[in-house]
Design a protein around this ligand. Structure first.
Ligand SMILES: Cc1cc2nc3c(=O)[nH]c(=O)nc-3n(C[C@H](O)[C@H](O)[C@H](O)COP(=O)(O)O)c2cc1C
Length: 168
Protein backbone atom coordinates (compact mmCIF):
# COMPACT_ATOMS: atom_id res chain seq x y z
CA UNK A 1 0.00 0.00 0.00
CA UNK A 2 1.16 3.55 -0.73
CA UNK A 3 1.70 5.66 2.40
CA UNK A 4 -1.21 7.97 1.49
CA UNK A 5 -3.53 4.96 1.17
CA UNK A 6 -2.40 3.65 4.58
CA UNK A 7 -3.06 7.07 6.15
CA UNK A 8 -6.59 7.33 4.71
CA UNK A 9 -7.46 3.66 5.33
CA UNK A 10 -6.45 3.80 9.00
CA UNK A 11 -9.77 3.86 10.82
CA UNK A 12 -10.79 2.59 14.23
CA UNK A 13 -11.92 -1.03 13.94
CA UNK A 14 -13.99 -2.27 16.88
CA UNK A 15 -15.22 -5.65 15.60
CA UNK A 16 -12.85 -8.55 15.02
CA UNK A 17 -12.94 -12.16 13.85
CA UNK A 18 -11.67 -14.95 16.16
CA UNK A 19 -8.51 -15.43 14.07
CA UNK A 20 -5.36 -14.79 16.08
CA UNK A 21 -2.58 -12.43 14.99
CA UNK A 22 0.60 -14.33 14.05
CA UNK A 23 3.92 -13.75 15.82
CA UNK A 24 5.55 -12.31 12.66
CA UNK A 25 2.89 -9.60 12.48
CA UNK A 26 3.23 -8.82 16.20
CA UNK A 27 6.98 -8.36 15.67
CA UNK A 28 6.32 -6.03 12.72
CA UNK A 29 4.02 -3.89 14.90
CA UNK A 30 6.66 -3.58 17.62
CA UNK A 31 9.35 -2.67 15.10
CA UNK A 32 7.05 0.07 13.77
CA UNK A 33 6.32 1.27 17.32
CA UNK A 34 9.98 1.61 18.20
CA UNK A 35 10.80 3.43 14.94
CA UNK A 36 9.03 6.58 16.10
CA UNK A 37 10.58 9.88 17.18
CA UNK A 38 11.07 10.70 20.85
CA UNK A 39 12.17 13.83 22.71
CA UNK A 40 15.98 13.74 23.20
CA UNK A 41 15.67 10.15 22.01
CA UNK A 42 14.80 8.94 25.52
CA UNK A 43 12.50 6.22 24.10
CA UNK A 44 10.51 6.19 27.38
CA UNK A 45 8.22 3.35 26.31
CA UNK A 46 7.39 -0.21 27.33
CA UNK A 47 5.00 -2.51 25.44
CA UNK A 48 2.89 -5.29 26.93
CA UNK A 49 1.70 -7.85 24.35
CA UNK A 50 -1.37 -9.68 25.62
CA UNK A 51 -2.94 -12.76 24.03
CA UNK A 52 -3.89 -14.64 27.21
CA UNK A 53 -7.74 -14.87 27.18
CA UNK A 54 -8.02 -14.28 30.95
CA UNK A 55 -5.87 -11.14 30.84
CA UNK A 56 -7.74 -9.91 27.74
CA UNK A 57 -11.02 -10.38 29.61
CA UNK A 58 -9.73 -8.40 32.57
CA UNK A 59 -8.47 -5.60 30.32
CA UNK A 60 -11.95 -5.33 28.81
CA UNK A 61 -13.19 -4.30 32.24
CA UNK A 62 -10.51 -1.62 32.73
CA UNK A 63 -12.64 1.18 31.28
CA UNK A 64 -16.21 1.29 30.05
CA UNK A 65 -15.01 2.41 26.59
CA UNK A 66 -12.70 -0.55 26.00
CA UNK A 67 -14.84 -3.69 25.57
CA UNK A 68 -13.45 -5.00 22.27
CA UNK A 69 -13.43 -8.71 21.29
CA UNK A 70 -9.92 -8.59 19.77
CA UNK A 71 -7.54 -11.57 20.18
CA UNK A 72 -4.57 -9.27 20.82
CA UNK A 73 -3.96 -6.16 22.90
CA UNK A 74 -0.83 -4.06 23.09
CA UNK A 75 -0.66 -1.81 26.12
CA UNK A 76 1.69 1.12 25.53
CA UNK A 77 3.23 2.38 28.77
CA UNK A 78 5.40 5.38 29.56
CA UNK A 79 8.49 4.51 31.61
CA UNK A 80 9.07 7.47 33.93
CA UNK A 81 12.55 6.20 34.78
CA UNK A 82 13.50 6.88 31.18
CA UNK A 83 11.56 10.15 30.79
CA UNK A 84 13.18 13.60 30.70
CA UNK A 85 13.57 15.40 34.06
CA UNK A 86 11.00 17.62 35.81
CA UNK A 87 8.64 19.62 33.57
CA UNK A 88 9.93 17.92 30.41
CA UNK A 89 8.92 14.50 31.74
CA UNK A 90 5.45 14.92 30.19
CA UNK A 91 7.05 14.43 26.78
CA UNK A 92 6.62 10.68 27.45
CA UNK A 93 2.99 11.09 26.40
CA UNK A 94 3.92 12.46 22.99
CA UNK A 95 6.65 9.86 22.51
CA UNK A 96 4.28 7.00 23.35
CA UNK A 97 1.54 8.53 21.17
CA UNK A 98 3.90 8.60 18.18
CA UNK A 99 4.71 4.93 18.85
CA UNK A 100 0.99 4.17 19.05
CA UNK A 101 0.21 5.85 15.74
CA UNK A 102 3.06 3.91 14.12
CA UNK A 103 1.45 0.69 15.35
CA UNK A 104 -1.95 1.73 13.95
CA UNK A 105 -0.45 2.55 10.55
CA UNK A 106 1.45 -0.74 10.34
CA UNK A 107 -1.73 -2.58 11.42
CA UNK A 108 -3.51 -1.04 8.42
CA UNK A 109 -0.61 -1.84 6.10
CA UNK A 110 -0.74 -5.52 7.16
CA UNK A 111 -4.51 -5.76 6.53
CA UNK A 112 -5.29 -5.99 10.24
CA UNK A 113 -7.62 -3.72 12.24
CA UNK A 114 -7.16 -1.86 15.54
CA UNK A 115 -8.55 0.75 17.87
CA UNK A 116 -6.65 3.00 20.30
CA UNK A 117 -8.42 3.04 23.69
CA UNK A 118 -7.15 5.75 26.02
CA UNK A 119 -6.21 4.85 29.61
CA UNK A 120 -4.01 7.69 31.00
CA UNK A 121 -5.17 10.20 32.35
CA UNK A 122 -8.20 8.22 33.67
CA UNK A 123 -6.83 7.52 37.17
CA UNK A 124 -9.02 4.48 37.96
CA UNK A 125 -8.36 2.87 34.59
CA UNK A 126 -4.61 3.46 35.01
CA UNK A 127 -4.67 1.72 38.39
CA UNK A 128 -6.81 -1.14 37.06
CA UNK A 129 -4.45 -1.81 34.12
CA UNK A 130 -1.43 -1.61 36.44
CA UNK A 131 -3.05 -4.25 38.68
CA UNK A 132 -4.00 -6.55 35.79
CA UNK A 133 -0.50 -6.43 34.31
CA UNK A 134 1.18 -6.48 37.73
CA UNK A 135 3.15 -3.30 37.00
CA UNK A 136 5.29 -2.38 39.99
CA UNK A 137 7.67 0.00 38.23
CA UNK A 138 7.14 3.69 37.49
CA UNK A 139 5.34 2.80 34.29
CA UNK A 140 2.05 4.43 33.27
CA UNK A 141 -0.32 2.74 30.79
CA UNK A 142 -1.20 5.30 28.12
CA UNK A 143 -3.60 3.13 26.16
CA UNK A 144 -4.79 -0.31 25.15
CA UNK A 145 -4.57 -0.98 21.42
CA UNK A 146 -6.99 -3.77 20.48
CA UNK A 147 -5.80 -5.58 17.37
CA UNK A 148 -7.11 -8.40 15.21
CA UNK A 149 -8.46 -9.37 11.83
CA UNK A 150 -11.22 -6.88 11.03
CA UNK A 151 -14.88 -7.92 10.97
CA UNK A 152 -15.85 -4.44 9.76
CA UNK A 153 -14.27 -2.04 7.26
CA UNK A 154 -14.93 1.63 8.00
CA UNK A 155 -14.62 3.73 4.87
CA UNK A 156 -11.33 5.32 3.93
CA UNK A 157 -11.30 9.06 4.64
CA UNK A 158 -9.51 12.21 5.78
CA UNK A 159 -11.06 14.93 7.92
CA UNK A 160 -9.13 17.60 6.03
CA UNK A 161 -10.67 21.04 6.57
CA UNK A 162 -8.95 24.08 5.04
CA UNK A 163 -10.53 26.32 7.73
CA UNK A 164 -8.31 24.64 10.33
CA UNK A 165 -5.14 25.62 8.46
CA UNK A 166 -3.52 28.98 9.18
CA UNK A 167 -0.86 30.26 6.77
CA UNK A 168 1.26 33.15 7.99
C1 LIG B 1 -6.37 9.37 22.89
C2 LIG B 1 -7.45 8.53 22.23
C3 LIG B 1 -8.31 7.79 23.03
C4 LIG B 1 -9.31 6.98 22.45
N1 LIG B 1 -10.07 6.21 23.26
C5 LIG B 1 -11.02 5.40 22.71
C6 LIG B 1 -11.80 4.52 23.54
O1 LIG B 1 -11.64 4.47 24.76
N2 LIG B 1 -12.71 3.72 22.94
C7 LIG B 1 -12.90 3.73 21.58
O2 LIG B 1 -13.75 2.97 21.10
N3 LIG B 1 -12.18 4.55 20.76
C8 LIG B 1 -11.24 5.38 21.29
N4 LIG B 1 -10.45 6.17 20.48
C9 LIG B 1 -10.67 6.16 19.01
C10 LIG B 1 -11.42 7.43 18.55
O3 LIG B 1 -12.76 7.34 18.97
C11 LIG B 1 -11.31 7.55 17.00
O4 LIG B 1 -9.95 7.68 16.65
C12 LIG B 1 -12.09 8.74 16.46
O5 LIG B 1 -13.48 8.59 16.65
C13 LIG B 1 -11.84 8.95 14.95
O6 LIG B 1 -12.20 7.79 14.21
P1 LIG B 1 -11.13 7.00 13.33
O7 LIG B 1 -10.06 6.48 14.26
O8 LIG B 1 -11.90 5.90 12.67
O9 LIG B 1 -10.53 7.96 12.34
C14 LIG B 1 -9.46 6.97 21.03
C15 LIG B 1 -8.57 7.72 20.24
C16 LIG B 1 -7.57 8.46 20.83
C17 LIG B 1 -6.59 9.23 19.95
Amino acid sequence: MELKEVLLNRRSVRKFTDESVCREHIDELLIAAMSGPSACNRCPWEFFVITDPKALGELRSASRFTKMNAPLAIVVCGNLNRALPVQLSEYWIQDCSAATENILLRVTDLGLGAVWCGIHPQKRAVERVREILDIKEKWIPLNIIWIGHPAETPESRTQFDPKRVHYI
